[in-house]
Design a protein around this ligand. Sequence first.
Ligand SMILES: Cc1cc2nc3c(=O)[nH]c(=O)nc-3n(C[C@H](O)[C@H](O)[C@H](O)COP(=O)(O)OP(=O)(O)OC[C@H]3O[C@@H](n4cnc5c(N)ncnc54)[C@H](O)[C@@H]3O)c2cc1C
Length: 550
Amino acid sequence: MDFDVIVVGAGLAGLVATAELAAARKKVLLLDQEPESSFGGQAWWSFGGLFLVDSPEQRRMGIKDSRELAWQDWLGAAGFDREADEDYWAVRWARAYVDFAAGEKRSWLHSLGVRFFPVVGWAERGGYLAEGHGNSVPRFHIVWGTGPSIVEPFANRVRQGIADGHVIYRDRHRVDELITRNGAVVGARGAVLAPSTVGRGEESSREVVGEFEYESGAVVVASGGIGGNHELIRQNWPARLGTPPKRMLSGVPAHVDGRMLAITEQAGGRIVNRDRMWHYTEGIQNWNPVWPKHGIRILPGPSSLWLDARGQRFPAPNFPGFDTLGTLKAILDTGYDYSWFVLTQKVIEKEFALSGSEQNPDLTNKSIRQLLTRIRSGAPGPVQAFMNQGEDFIIAQTLPKLVDGMNRLSGENLISLADLERQMIARDREMENRFTKDLQITALRGARQYLGDKLIRVARPHSFLDPANGPLIAVRLRIVSRKTLGGLQTNLSGQVLDAGGKPVPGLYAAGEVSGFGGGGVHGYRSLEGTFLGGCLFSGRQVGRTLSGLN
Ligand SMILES: Cc1cc2nc3c(=O)[nH]c(=O)nc-3n(C[C@H](O)[C@H](O)[C@H](O)COP(=O)(O)OP(=O)(O)OC[C@H]3O[C@@H](n4cnc5c(N)ncnc54)[C@H](O)[C@@H]3O)c2cc1C
């Protein structure tokens, strides 16, 4: 046997598992198909939003949260309905994960040097009843330093393991097959890819220059989801979300190719909940792309008017930031694969954030000086760059000019000036009283009861057609692929199960490839900030199991 454990994938889940194993002095082989420049995988690019429950940051902002409330919300979002089978382990992982988020998660990360931005964000607000989808309270904690700072402590521990000789790291090693003997997984074989000098996140070549084969006591698959493989996404697209979009942007690098799922299935592992996925509806084409079809997600505050391709407002509660998949279905039901935000300069200045570490240089560089520029007038720098150079933005002083620009951009002439004007006048009339029947405006006023929203997230409600609040802005929104909610079914030790529900000896999984634990810890929907946390938790579980600590 060459190694105690082979870990496939140097993303967050693989790094966390490897760090635990190295600490237990196990001999680990860490393999990744990408060059070292992409060490850390998707997490490096992430915004670093983490789901925490009843944290000191929440309490300081006056938020009352609890494990019970979080579990109520989790169940409302997840809608588990396959509990006897595909959701059997998912529900158990969900319970354990919510306990982790309400318990040890923050103190463990804190002990590793991770710190948080003091204002807690309110993602996936729901818009239904108390037991329905969405976060009852703000829970989206942004890591100070964003994605790179959540990767760093684990990358450092792995590098220490490499220096100590416990970890051997091989980049450009693509696993093509898991080796099995008498039903047990005993190693991995695959192709050595040509050295590559591409930068982080860029697509690397698939030229094969050699082969490898290693044996080990166990293999941990931590290879990520299918978000970069649009063909696989379309194959697994569930009918309940409507027709798959004809065009999609990619919210993840090309290495998120999903190949290891079928490879692991061949070795006896079971894939469950293939039809569950999490893609965003507020995608814009990156004007400065790193990977193919690179799309950026707008993290929107709640004020923008959300219109379908024909310029009709979506019905409640399809407001920005309320229900990702609900709005995805509403968009696809129109027969078009894009939609529009219409807003004002005042809204964009306060409410537009962009997901991704590179789109938030102030938070990523931990620069308070840069951060303070957010409260000055004007849009944040990266947002302004999109306004100047992004192909999806139209800025106009008058509504006729805006509509003209929208019709030119889509090339479909679907927006009627009279129709949009009527809807905007109607919306603006609802500003006159402190009460209203328009649920979006009720939501804006409700949100501003939360200090964090009032300070940095939700613009003071205002008339959109008043030129003093302009110029007017329209943003064309595309579907941007991102996360895989289903995956390899694992028990709470991280062992991959076979079709009969029994562990495949020697086979483990962690992170997105395992549906962030159990083959789908989220059920149908996420409360956000739960993906990085799912990698941390499942990577740690597997690492500790294989270290003999669980
Ligand atoms: C822009 C962006 C913003 C995000 N923001 C957030 C956020 O704020 N909060 C949150 O919770 N989540 C966020 N996410 C999601 C989160 O980052 C990912 O779900 C998570 O990092 C996945 O980690 P992973 O280790 O499971 O997989 P990955 O990071 O995809 O790593 C898998 C690794 O396995 C390697 N690999 C795959 N197949 C093979 C093979 N056959 N052989 C060898 N190596 C292989 C890949 O090259 C890759 O390095 C964001 C993601 C992106 C892209």
